[in-house]
Design a protein around this ligand. Structure first.
Ligand SMILES: Cc1cc2nc3c(=O)[nH]c(=O)nc-3n(C[C@H](O)[C@H](O)[C@H](O)COP(=O)(O)OP(=O)(O)OC[C@H]3O[C@@H](n4cnc5c(N)ncnc54)[C@H](O)[C@@H]3O)c2cc1C
Length: 469
């Protein structure tokens, strides 16, 4: 019988007593104990981050069931790790030893779509793309669109404050979360925020929860802001003979006051990886491929102006997509980038450094230098319009020396990002992967205050322990 860490002084918690207590408020099918099954919930997509073995996995369907789980965990002092679809890239959803994995994937109902209030009310397990399509049928738009949108959940998007391709125009998840219902560590239910167009009543606890990586409470319901659905976007692909020229084009576009609906970059390694992975037929001779789009009433005219700026910056070729289908193909290629890079050597460490756009060129040059120093393949794709780069270290995890070099180069990339006035994570979060780096970015006082906030919400330290700090 496995033992759970950190029980109360007067009590030793065994896995079976925990399971019995959970079963008192959950149906049997919502409580998974078969180790062959529960082990598959141990990791998110950052599989090289350390993870413990869950004692049990629970899949509640109601708020009351989540409350029961948290009350039980509080009584028994058992850690709880909330999970969405486990597509996270920082180990933030990784199990801790002997924890209850609380998977919210069965709470997947869209409760309301209201075109007048322009809000959707959803449970946390709703998949991002499902919501996007559902609101689209009402002529509405939910912008945050991580490349993992076909699988990742709204709860996970809130947990990581995720971004995506459209953020350069529409912003990130935080801008769309108006209100939340949250089950606290002790099982109480708290409402934050609003469903109105405006509201400033008290501290903005909604915003605090966005990006809190499951460390402050369990999101069980979210009120999300929506926008009117924009016209279909049209995409342009511009090829450059150097990454520096592509970055120059990004600067010209932003300084010129343009507002593209996406502005993405793929370097030569990424382009080749995507072609090898999915036979997309992207131009492999180019050093950097810039994808830009407009969803304005006359996207062709806007793209022409943007194409001219690319040419001024030295683009060797500027090719607007012929129609929506071709545009979607180009976006698919971009969305496949991280998956395709993983196939290069079997394992990747995906950095997520965001720098001021004006420093993008220096960031890319630095990554190239680091790849050469460590003799590694580092593919780079970026939400270039946001300055958010994903230098992706491709390595063979079976090779200890290459793995060491991968880790060192990964860290050096973050150091470079901070040096350039950036942040260690633009959208993937801290999780386990970047714990030491959070302290470097926000300093000791920042860490102390964040820990104090954590203690207010989670005095026993049972919510997703070992993440962030
Ligand atoms: C191929 C690929 C492409 C990606 N592209 C992008 C991208 O473009 N932009 C981007 O931002 N990210 C991207 N990601 C990362 C990832 O998809 C996002 O971080 C996503 O938001 C995670 O959602 P999830 O449902 O998988 O959450 P999980 O990974 O399961 O969890 C993420 C965090 O949220 C917490 N959490 C989950 N549900 C709840 C809840 N109900 N209450 C409280 N906490 C909760 C977890 O504890 C964890 O800390 C990509 C990942 C992959 C694999």
């Amino acid at each position: 019988m496995s033992r759970i860490e950190a029980p109360r002084d007067d009590e030793t918690v065994t896995a079976s007593s925990l399971v019995d207590r959970l079963l008192a408020g959950l149906p049997a099918e919502a409580v998974l104990t078969d180790p062959e099954v529960t082990v598959s919930y141990a990791h998110d997509m950052a599989s090289f981050c350390p993870a413990g073995t869950p004692a049990v996995v629970v899949l509640p369907r109601t708020v009351e069931q989540v409350q029961h789980v948290m009350r039980t965990a509080t009584e028994l002092r058992v850690p709880v790790v909330p999970q969405g679809a486990r597509t996270g890239l920082s180990g933030a959803a990784n199990a801790s030893e002997g924890c209850v994995v609380l998977s919210l994937t069965k709470m997947d109902r869209i409760l309301e779509i209201n075109p007048v209030d322009r809000v959707a009310v959803v449970e946390p397990g709703v998949v991002n793309a499902t919501l996007s399509r559902a609101v689209g049928e009402h002529g509405l738009y939910y912008p945050p669109d991580p490349s993992s949108w076909e699988t990742c959940t709204i709860g996970g998007n809130i947990g990581t404050a995720s971004g995506g391709l459209c953020c350069v125009k529409y912003g990130v998840t935080a801008e769309y979360v108006l209100g939340l219902e949250v089950v606290l560590a002790d099982g109480r239910l708290m409402s934050t925020g609003r469903r109105t167009a405006k509201g400033v009543a008290g501290y903005d606890l909604t915003r605090l929860f966005v990006g809190s990586e499951g460390s402050l409470g369990i999101v069980v319901r979210a009120v999300l802001g929506l926008r009117p659905k924009p016209p279909q976007q049209l995409v342009l692909a511009a090829e450059f003979a150097s990454a520096a020229d592509a970055c120059d084009a990004v600067c010209r576009i932003m300084a010129g006051g343009h507002v593209p609906s996406l502005l993405e970059l793929m370097d030569r390694t990424t382009v080749k990886a995507v072609n090898d992975f999915a036979r997309m037929g992207l131009p492999e001779t180019t050093e950097a491929l810039l994808l830009a789009a407009f969803d304005t009433p006359d996207p062709a005219a806007d793209l022409a102006a943007l194409g001219a700026l690319c040419a001024e910056a030295g683009a060797t070729q500027v090719v607007p997509a012929e129609d929506a289908a071709e545009s979607e193909l180009l976006l698919q290629a971009r969305r496949l980038s991280l998956t395709a890079l993983e196939a290069v050597k079997g394992t990747t460490m995906i950095d997520d450094v965001c720098v001021p756009r004006s420093r993008l060129g220096e960031m890319l040059a630095g990554v190239e230098r680091i790849a050469a120093t460590y003799d590694l393949t580092i593919g780079l794709c970026a939400h270039a319009g946001d300055g958010n780069t994903h230098p992706t270290v491709c390595f063979d995890a079976r090779d200890p020396d290459e793995s060491r070099r991968a880790r060192e180069s990964f860290d050096e990339i973050m150091a470079l990002g901070l040096e350039l006035g950036g942040t260690i994570t633009g959208e993937h979060g801290v999780g386990v992967l970047k714990k030491e780096w959070l302290a470097r970015e926000i300093g000791p006082v920042g860490v102390e205050m964040q820990r104090a906030v954590k203690r207010v919400f989670d005095p026993l330290g049972i919510l997703n322990p070992g993440k962030l700090f």
